[in-house]
Ligand binder design. Sequence first.
Ligand code: ZN
Length: 164
Amino acid sequence: MPNPILKQVSKPVKEVTDETRELMDDMLQTMYAAPGIGLAAVQIGVPVNVIVMDLAKEGEKPAPKYFVNPEILELDEDFVPYDEGCLSVPDVFDTVDRPKRAKITYLNYDGERVTEWAEGLYAVCIQHEMDHLKGIVFLDHLSKLKRSRAIKKVQKAKKLKAAS
Ligand code: ZN
């Protein structure tokens, strides 16, 4: 942030190939190293519809999830607030209201079709990551005032880093 690639709309993947799996492996490593719980390919500069995620808690066995060409089929009418952060917007957290549940369909690591309801943190994370595929960052969901405050915070942090 504010790297223009984050505004780019990602393209669908034609087929899940070894190349796609290599990309997903790379993304997972990047995400674990950050550390984060979700990452869209565009965040590492590859604008294709691929997401990786791991919602396992600290001390739990890793549980990586892979999403190729995810689509939302249905959204719950109830919205819930969640304090979101983003690897592309370091040090900024803010509350975003999103549908409580999302019915999604996607291709997994092996290219198989999966259709399921995402709930709780899973619902928050998949909607956040799918926004990235459309060129949307979570700050875009905030009010103008909150957004400009958050952007200032990111820029200030960057300047401090550059100065040190
Ligand atoms: Zn993000």
